[in-house]
Design a protein. Structure first.
Length: 155
């Protein structure tokens, strides 16, 4: 990891950065078979951020000096939708495109896991698009496994 990157807890002052970076990377979360309109994906991202801010959550910001390089939105009061067991849930994570592959995503995930353990949450979960190979490799290296799969059929 880049030694200059630090992870801090974010707050409302980070919202503009989250919406900006999230909006610039949101299409990474869209499968190629979906006929997605980027502006609609941006609206969806903004709605997700609005939702996160209304729930028990933790915002993590990765900084290189005083420059934000990435963020992770962690919900810590949202139970698993099937078992209703408590869990931590990564609602969204993004790293500046030019800062990727420098350990920032791994550092954000490690801090999210530390927080989940501290809160005695037995699992940490997320959703990821099957086509997002770099993200999948990062999550697998961090110990995530596939538990469920969303199956879709283009019509």
């Amino acid at each position: 990891m880049n030694a200059a990157v630090a992870i801090r807890t974010g707050d409302d002052r980070d919202r503009a950065f989250i919406v900006d970076l999230g909006g610039r990377t949101v299409m990474d979360s869209v499968s190629r078979f979906r006929d997605a309109i980027p502006a609609m994906a941006q609206v969806s991202l903004e709605r997700l951020v609005d939702f996160v801010y209304t729930q028990p959550h933790v915002i993590l910001i990765a900084e290189d000096g005083s420059t934000p390089q990435g963020f992770l939105l962690l919900l810590d009061g949202m139970p698993d939708e099937v078992t209703l067991a408590p869990q931590a849930f990564v609602a969204y994570m993004a790293v500046e495109p030019e800062a990727r592959r420098k350990g920032i995503g791994a550092a954000l995930l490690a801090e999210a896991e530390r927080i989940a353990r501290e809160r005695n949450l037995p699992t940490i979960a997320m959703m990821v698009t099957e086509e997002n190979g770099p993200a999948l490799r990062l999550y697998e290296r961090a110990g995530f496994i596939t538990e469920r799969r969303l199956m879709c059929k283009p019509l």
